[in-house]
Design a protein around this ligand. Sequence first.
Ligand code: GAL
Length: 342
Amino acid sequence: MKKAYVSLVMAICLLTMMIAGCGKQPVNKSESKIRIGVTVYDQYDTFIGQLVECFVAFQSDDVEIAVYNAAQSQQTQNSQVKKMIEDGFDVICVNLVDRTDPTTVIDAARKADVPIIFFNRELVEGDIGRWDKLFYVGANAEESGVMEGELAAWACITHKELDKNRDGVIQFVVLEGEAGHQDAIVRTEASVNTLKKQGVEIDKLGYAIANWNRAQAQTKTTQFIEDYGDDIELILSNNDDMALGAIDAYEAMAIPRNKWPAVVGIDGTDVGLEAVRDDKMLGTVYNDKEGQATAMFDLARVLAGGGSIEELSDKYAIENGRYIRLPYAKVTSSNIIRFMGK
Ligand code: GAL
């Protein structure tokens, strides 16, 4: 037990050092200091890692930020939230492991009167309504799916050679994130519907769940290639890491570039943007991690001071007094310069 606790603390220190930049000295707590705790569902998720990196950059002499990794366990996350409450954090930011199971987190926070900002993994409306100090910062999943569909439709309409077998129909496969995640269900549906609405004839060959993960996506795509070979003309991926996994599969099987399907992702992670720049990915949809981190921080600061979310209404569109959603943006090689090195 003691050993497990020590390794947890070490892991947290390591993560904090990694993301805050090594060498940063701990600051002494002063009366006016704001203390913000964060727990993420999985520190190895590329997009989450980069979002947290942006958030931790707000650390200063007046602001302490501690980050915990729940390592895909809701139980671990519940304990982390309870520990942060005991340790006197003013606000806690929670990237739920299981978005349908926030009860323990909500009950503990409510009992101690500590506001919670959920982020990225959206809890259901009924749960956010259970207490007036619960908030959500994220984005509109449907918007990202629509944009992904628009990028794919534009490519299919303007690059007729994408229809490799010239049958007038685009054969495609989908790489999906976690089952039950709003960004997986909604993105898939919206991107496919958008392609149809834009007049592209499509035929879905298959789909696979790859849990946002590059290696899993490579395995699933290798299987698709074995099953459908050259018939695959388009790969719609729910995120960039899985799109990159698909590309890894084509590269590992030494399939020449001119035989690859068009691959579209979502996130605009550093590696995702590089793949668009290098013409491996057709495009991506920018998931505004800087904007989300800033909104989380602005809100945490207001709440820590006992203020209301409405104080931020000049800067953000606030939905139902609880939600802040940052807009997505389409990225292709023609506007990538605006996004690289953000
Ligand atoms: C999505 C993002 C994915 C993954 C997921 C985790 O918004 O596009 O890459 O990070 O969140 O919840």
